[in-house]
Design a protein around this ligand. Structure first.
Ligand SMILES: NC(=O)c1ccc[n+]([C@@H]2O[C@H](COP(=O)([O-])OP(=O)(O)OC[C@H]3O[C@@H](n4cnc5c(N)ncnc54)[C@H](O)[C@@H]3O)[C@@H](O)[C@H]2O)c1
Length: 442
């Protein structure tokens, strides 16, 4: 295989389609390992940022982008005709849910159609976007084999081109792991496809884990995220049960975590957030229907996790009531808009849902987040809100402060001292050794 020798002698040119949270670090990894790399995106603003050496993702530094684009090692473009220049194409485009909680495959399909137009002999295509088992072989393969528009009828997989699925694993802002140090699962349509894809990822990833097919790789990613969704739902349910019994779930999880085997701690919170856990499990639910089987665990976990922001609001109403206040007309400050601590990503953040529910119940809501100065438009929400400064005077004005994201930058002692009432959904105060009778957990 010519591709194999090109990868081995580092003359292979790599293309990454979709330069978001997954694609940007991956394209930089290839460039920094000495591969000429082209990053493709439909969003011209991102292309301009990268060309200027500026990052649009908080945990990726300008300095690293600067190194990657040095000498044009990483080149970026919106011109997809340049796909013909590369030897391997890695797809990292979004796979969200539509308003009916069904897979929205438009980004993957549009990308695959574009690639089909330019596909040439000898190229390897790998899909990284999280998706249901079957996507690579049911959507991508037929498009590439029958790229009639480009006169490519009869293109044979494993011979004329290579196709694989390799899911992304990322834990934003986890200092212990980055793109290159997280083992990567790979499944090829044929043995040759697997060989090429494995070799490609071996260049930049610490360990690649081959599996028998793309659909086994697609299913692996779903298992990982379903496992988290279900375990988070379990602690969220126990949180509500134990609360009635006047037992603190955080104390119980901490104690259970001392068991040296057979237990992995998961923590409760105000609801699921991020691009993966609230979304990916439903890709399987949707696909399973085709096989006349229901994914009951997934649905149940979804129900419990979706309820969590409502639970926080109920607890807020109870607390205000105890202080002879109604939520209607109260001023509420939500701390944290990002879905997880110390990052600037607010996709699917439960804070956005909290804002919606509080607003609907008549509260006047503000938020504060050092990472998100202004709420950006999302698929679902379009709030015109700026982050409020956490001054003594500002805090005192709110009837209730809710800790939704436990950023390390928050001064929990200061917040406890200057707020009227606080609901803590993350155990942030206890974790920071701050004790106050104004703090309540939910
Ligand atoms: N962010 C994570 O932590 C993470 C982790 C694991 C897996 N994933 C999966 O990886 C995939 C990408 O996620 P992400 O977080 O990088 O998304 P993202 O929204 O940050 O980035 C996607 C990029 O693709 C671009 N894009 C959209 N349509 C395009 C097209 N037709 N051609 C070229 N570019 C296009 C967008 O402009 C955007 O820059 C998703 O399937 C996601 O589920 C994400």
């Amino acid at each position: 295989m010519e591709l194999v020798s090109k990868i081995n002698n580092k003359s292979a040119k790599i293309g990454v389609v979709g330069l978001g949270y997954v694609g940007l670090p991956l394209s930089m990894e290839f460039a920094l390992k000495g591969f000429n790399t082209i990053g493709f995106d439909v969003d011209n603003k991102k292309i301009e940022y990268i060309k200027k050496g500026e990052s649009y993702i908080k945990h990726i530094s300008n300095e690293k982008i600067g190194r990657a684009i040095q000498g044009n090692r990483l080149d970026v473009t919106t011109d997809f005709a340049r796909l013909t220049e590369v030897d391997a194409i890695i797809i990292c485009v979004p796979t969200p849910l539509n308003e009916h909680r069904e897979p929205d495959m438009t980004f993957v399909v549009n990308t695959a159609k574009t690639i089909a137009k330019y596909l040439r002999k000898g190229q390897l295509v790998t899909l990284e976007s999280t998706t249901y088992p079957g996507t690579t072989e049911e959507i991508l393969l037929p498009l590439f084999q029958n790229a009639e528009a480009a006169g490519k009828v009869g293109f044979e997989v494993g011979k004329d081109f290579y196709l694989a699925f390799s899911p992304e694993r990322e834990d934003p802002n986890n200092a212990e792991f980055s793109t290159s140090t997280i083992p990567k699962v790979v499944g090829g349509v044929t043995d040759k496809c697997l060989e090429a894809a494995k070799l490609l990822y071996d260049q930049v990833i610490v360990k690649t884990v081959p599996v028998s097919s793309p659909k086994a790789a697609e299913a692996t990613k779903l298992l990982e995220n379903i496992y988290r969704s279900i375990n988070i739902a379990l602690v969220n349910e126990l949180k509500m049960v134990f609360d009635r019994m006047d037992i603190d779930i955080w104390e119980v999880v901490r104690a259970a975590s001392t068991k040296p085997f057979g237990y992995t701690p998961f923590y409760p919170g105000p609801g699921l957030g991020g691009h993966c856990i609230p979304i990916d499990p439903f890709y399987l639910t949707w696909k399973a229907r085709e096989y006349e089987i229901n994914t009951k665990f997934i649905e149940l976990a979804g129900e419990i996790n979706t309820y969590q922001p409502y639970y926080v609001v109920e607890k807020s109403i109870e607390l205000l009531n105890k202080h002879k206040k109604s939520l209607n007309g109260s001023r509420v400050l939500i701390l944290g808009a990002a879905y997880k601590k110390n990052i600037d990503d607010m996709r699917e953040s439960p804070s956005l849902k909290l804002i919606e529910i509080f607003n609907k119940r008549g509260a006047k809501v503000d938020y504060s987040d050092p990472y998100i100065p202004k709420l950006q438009k999302t698929r679902k929400y379009d709030y015109e809100m700026d982050s409020v400064e956490l001054s003594k005077e500002n805090l005192a004005e709110y009837d209730l402060v809710i800790v939704s994201t436990d950023h390390s930058d928050f001064d929990y002692k200061f917040i406890a001292e200057n707020s009227q009432l606080v609901i803590d959904t993350r155990n942030a105060f206890e974790n920071n050794n701050v004790v106050s009778d104004r703090i309540f957990k939910a």
